[in-house]
Ligand binder design. Sequence first.
Ligand SMILES: Cc1cc2nc3c(=O)[nH]c(=O)nc-3n(C[C@H](O)[C@H](O)[C@H](O)COP(=O)(O)O)c2cc1C
Length: 402
Amino acid sequence: MVKSILEGKTVVLGVSGGIASYKAVDLASKLTQEGATVKVVMTANATKFVGSITFQAVTHQPVLTNLFEDSSQSAISHVSICKDADIFIVAPATANIIAKAAHGLADDALSTALLTASCTIVMVPAMNSQMWLNKATQHNLNVLKNRGIQIIEPEVGRLACGDEQAKGRFPETEFILNYMKDFLGKVQSLRGKTILITAGGTREPIDSVRFIGNRSSGKMGYAIAKAAKTKGANVILISGPTNLQPPFGVSMVYVETAQQMLQAVINNLSQADAVVMTAAVSDFRPAMKSNKKIKKESMPSSIELELNPDILEAISNKKDKQLVIGFAAETDNVLENATKKLKKKKLDLMVANDVSHPDFGFDSDFILAAFISDYGQQGSLEKYRKTELAEKVVEWIASKLA
Ligand SMILES: Cc1cc2nc3c(=O)[nH]c(=O)nc-3n(C[C@H](O)[C@H](O)[C@H](O)COP(=O)(O)O)c2cc1C
């Protein structure tokens, strides 16, 4: 018999109080049958829909329902339940638990356990369609998504309240199981690997309020960090100033200048298996910097610049076993220039991107990009969503590190 990807995995199943709570019993049972250790944590309201004893019976594990249970008597607590968890799935997720998780509330066993989780969290909302469509619920879901929490959207169909063809229905157990298997399959591909990523633009101060910067938004690097984290990697994200939320579970190092970015890269290089340089590092910095705001009258008519360190070149010289992936933003002869850079900087992969078109590149969700490998082979420039390109880059890294 083919071994299930769920075999040996630890799944925390959070059950909140909705009409679909009883369907979580089937999910708990199937997960257990496929070889997972399923640890159930229920809200008090969920126990009004289905008894904890049912989950205990199908999972052969104690069930956590009470935050204040005497921990010396109980085999699990809100703190220990997530230990060694591969995935935390909340199914069904009520509008209430979604709101609580979005705001970091911790007033019962499930909401508190969610705050202790360092594994991937998946939520399966199920509710009346008006509750689903409510702006508050949608806002809370967006907050969770931006934090890296996966949401399995409810299905359209008949709801318990009697509505027909309305969105809010709990998906079939098979669908959720397949989602989890697919996810855990991908998760494994970078487990135990450390990926170092740089993102955003650097700022080179002229004085205490002005700087030389660039239009990089950081979206590409943040998307790669999220994709690598989703595949189970330890991710260190060295970021210039951006407006982006740090991806869930990623170690952030915030920097401002190219010199600080170089130092942060060097500090973390030895523990990395792969380095992805998406940051737009300023080539120059002002030769002199004032610690105070320069008065308009005293501002020189020209600013003398000096060269910044080339971080990719520094990595090539210092690296040991690491794969090094660069991003080259070009406006002319994109593939030719990117290929030259790949060879000069001895990279394993260069992602050439054409930033001559206003709809692509900096600050856009889309990118016109081509892969150039260490053999100098050129793909053609294609339009990608940045999240899609991030997946491709991470898959390439996983295939090389396998
Ligand atoms: C019969 C009944 C069915 C309910 N079904 C749902 C539901 O499907 N989804 C939902 O978000 N809330 C549903 N609710 C409301 C939740 O039970 C309520 O918001 C509760 O506070 C959720 O608590 P919990 O998130 O702590 O489990 C239902 C309530 C009742 C009485």
